[in-house]
Design a protein around this ligand. Structure first.
Ligand SMILES: [Zn+2]
Ligand SMILES: [Zn+2]
Length: 86
């Protein structure tokens, strides 16, 4: 924790509250990286595909944020890419 005046900085909670000082940004990055790594570790191999049990499948959110590679999430990502290209 880093103290700037009265406030405590360097926490993801502060970042969530809207602070964008360098300490809170850094904390947010670290928090996200850890969360992501944790999420990725939760994936399971199903029929040769890494699938995450939690996300709503068939969404790019599942594909990108959870690293889900199920048929539905992969299709959503492909469709999104096509939209960008079009
Ligand atoms: Zn801050
Ligand atoms: Zn999926």
């Amino acid at each position: 924790m880093t103290y700037l005046g009265e406030l405590e900085h360097g926490s993801d909670a502060e970042y969530g509250a809207g602070c964008r000082c360098e300490y809170c940004c850094q904390a947010h990055r670290v928090y996200n990286a850890e969360l992501r790594a944790k999420r990725m570790a939760e994936r399971v191999l199903v029929n040769g595909r890494l699938v995450h049990p939690k996300p709503k499948h068939g969404t790019t959110n599942g594909y990108f944020h959870y690293g889900c590679r199920c048929v539905d999430c992969t299709a959503a990502r492909t469709a999104a890419q096509k939209r960008v290209a079009a």
